[in-house]
Design a protein around this ligand. Sequence first.
Ligand SMILES: C[S@@+](CC[C@H](N)C(=O)[O-])C[C@H]1O[C@@H](n2cnc3c(N)ncnc32)[C@H](O)[C@@H]1O
Length: 242
Amino acid sequence: MPDDAPRYRDQPVSFVRRGGRMSEAQERAWAELSPFYRFDVPRDAASTSVHPDAVFDPAAEFGREAPLIVEIGSGQGHAIVNAAVNNPDTDFLAVEVYVGGLARTMLDADKAGARNLRVIEANAPEVLETLLPEGSASEVWIFFSDPWHKKRHHKRRMIKDGFGATVGRALRDGGVLRLATDWEDYALQMREVMDAAPEFERAFEGEWAGRFEGRAMTAFERKGIEKGRDIRDLTYRRVPRG
Ligand SMILES: C[S@@+](CC[C@H](N)C(=O)[O-])C[C@H]1O[C@@H](n2cnc3c(N)ncnc32)[C@H](O)[C@@H]1O
């Protein structure tokens, strides 16, 4: 049984680990760039888990005090590397379980000379629940979260009941959650879940938010557009803690 099988956790995970092996270039990037870019997560039982006592201290890791933006499921890293290059006064953290994507992210960040970015290979809800200090993130981005479109798989979706508390813990008061998806049924679920979350309020007028202009176009967004799907953006603000 793979070591990410749900038996290790009380919740099903929202990912299936893609192809085990990295290309030679990715292996090299992983070895050479990890010391600077990758935070080595202390593990619990599963290989993508986070030890409950582990802490990522942004000021120590980046060597400065700056706003922190966390991207969950950063894929190949196009959006976050682009944002890091364009916002040198902000720090960025990519959270992914797909190691080939993390290797690509580190390569592109290095090529672009972006030093305000770190990557974490881990199951994102655990990063939000325990690894990040409470209120440490200014923004959390989740773009094109796996839609798990079959009904029997909906329990694997990341943005489901209870997610507001998970992400609300990591965000500072007034912090912003940005979501985007090309899957209408998941967009509706996201809006329902986040509207009901006491930790958040809508930060958009009307049905949906406008397209977030800080989001570089990724292959997932392009594919959705090519298939004629509407891209739905949602933006929520963390309400101040009582
Ligand atoms: C459909 S892809 C979108 C990638 C990227 N955001 C983009 O727009 O190109 C979703 C990504 O989320 C990652 N992912 C899904 N569940 C995750 C989890 N629980 N923790 C970390 N990453 C996760 C997957 O590995 C995958 O790379």
